[in-house]
Design a protein around this ligand. Structure first.
Ligand SMILES: [Zn+2]
Length: 404
């Protein structure tokens, strides 16, 4: 089998796995007939496990390829290894957290102990008004930064339009590129980008919980510009259509693709909105639109920056919970203590962890790996260079071990 044949077999294999797990195929823009074909075949998991093993064997014995093809080959091999691991998981084989993240996302989150987080919590205690329980203090402080439900669409639209304008200055996108936003409920995530093909995305925003003002730019950049929507547009137009790299016609959620997608989408927030520019836009546009006092923006974002450093607590809790070291109640209590999310959000977070498991590492570790990769290559804070390296990474996808 040559690389193109392996790629086509891989696409059909991912679609076949998707028949057993409806969260698996995040996007598919290949021929409809391939999907019809696998649907008719209805291959059982055990047979898919064998097929995945054979395909991994085929891709592993390919001779070394020159330059661009070499990276393509390496990435596809890691994708196929992840498919095989997910089929085994669906067939009942659960791996320890770190082993699972290594085979699915090609990365392992650094070990962390609660003491690592105590310094950050102390720093927060000094910044937040009031006394006593930190979780409650943060909750009551945050209340003033909720976007009223009736203003949510206006605020989110303003953020996404600004993110789009900024991104289009640096990344050439097709004229017909477009998105639609819908507000939904009853989900384990706060927002989701569904890529529909032909440069179009459906962005769903979950209204189960109040949306805080900091989330407007975060979600606009992460889900759309220069995040998931843009990544998918580049993949479709440049990799699938121009280069004919058919493996990119399918996006299996539990795979190294997600490490790059989530990591670059999170890092992209800062690329599109460097701190000073973000503060100006928040104060002049978003805070007034949401009816929130812009005078409060500086302290609020100072607190957000400290909170961001607590994000690895989520990986630690997920690992201990999924590895059976702590029970559900303890996991929720630890999220409340170290991630400082309130009881309801912590329960939502646990549902996310139960459903997506080690996927949680893609957000923070993904962001840190992408950031280190890009900043090593830019050396400066020069905007043009940073955008160029980010765009290049999205056009030539790399896994975690290819970036380190
Ligand atoms: Zn995402």
């Amino acid at each position: 089998m040559n690389l193109d044949q392996i790629a086509e077999t891989y696409v059909k294999l991912v679609l076949a796995v998707g028949e057993h797990d409806d969260s698996y195929v995040d996007a598919y823009i290949g021929p409809a007939v391939w999907r019809d074909e696998v649907r008719l075949q209805a291959t059982p998991l055990k047979a898919l496990l064998v097929q995945a093993g054979e395909l991994l064997e085929h891709v592993s014995v390919l001779p070394p390829a020159p330059e661009e093809q070499a990276e393509r080959q390496t990435f596809l091999r890691l994708q196929i290894a992840a498919v095989r691991a997910h089929v085994a998981y669906l067939d009942g084989k659960t791996l320890p957290f770190d082993d699972e993240s290594k085979v699915l996302y090609d990365a392992v989150s650094p070990a962390l102990t609660p003491t690592d987080l105590d310094t950050t919590l102390a720093e927060l205690a000094a910044l937040l008004p009031g006394e006593g329980d930190l979780n409650q203090r943060l909750s009551s402080y945050n209340k003033q930064f909720e976007i009223p439900r009736e203003k949510l669409d206006a605020v989110f639209s303003a953020a996404i339009n600004e993110a789009r304008e900024r991104t289009r200055k640096y990344i050439p996108l097709p004229e017909n590129e477009s998105f639609r936003v819908e507000y939904v409920s009853g989900k384990v995530w706060s927002a989701y980008n569904w890529y529909k093909g032909n440069s179009h995305s459906l962005i769903e925003v979950n209204t189960d919980f109040p949306m805080f003002i900091s989330r407007a730019i975060d979600l606009a950049s992460h889900e759309a510009y220069p995040g998931h929507h843009v990544f998918n547009v580049l993949i479709e137009n440049e990799l699938v259509k121009q280069k004919g790299w058919v493996e990119y016609a399918v996006y299996p959620l539990y795979s190294p693709m997600s490490f790059l997608a989530e990591g670059s989408a999170n890092y992209g927030i800062e690329v599109a909105f460097p701190h000073a520019e973000r503060m100006a836009f928040e104060k002049q546009v978003l805070f007034p639109l949401a009816g929130i006092d812009p005078e409060k923006a500086e302290r609020y974002y100072q607190i957000q920056a400290v909170l961001q450093r607590l994000s690895y607590a989520g990986n630690m809790v997920a690992k201990q919970y999924l590895d059976g070291e702590i029970n559900r109640d303890t996991a929720i209590a630890m999220l409340m203590k170290y991630s400082l999310s309130d009881a309801d959000r912590s329960a939502q977070r646990i549902r996310f962890i139960e459903k997506l498991r080690s996927y949680v590492i893609n957000y923070n570790l993904g962001q840190d790996v992408v950031q280190a990769y890009i900043e090593q290559r830019t050396g400066t804070q020069d905007q043009d260079v940073r955008w160029a390296v980010l765009t290049d990474l999205l056009r030539k996808p790399k896994s975690a071990s290819m970036m380190i």
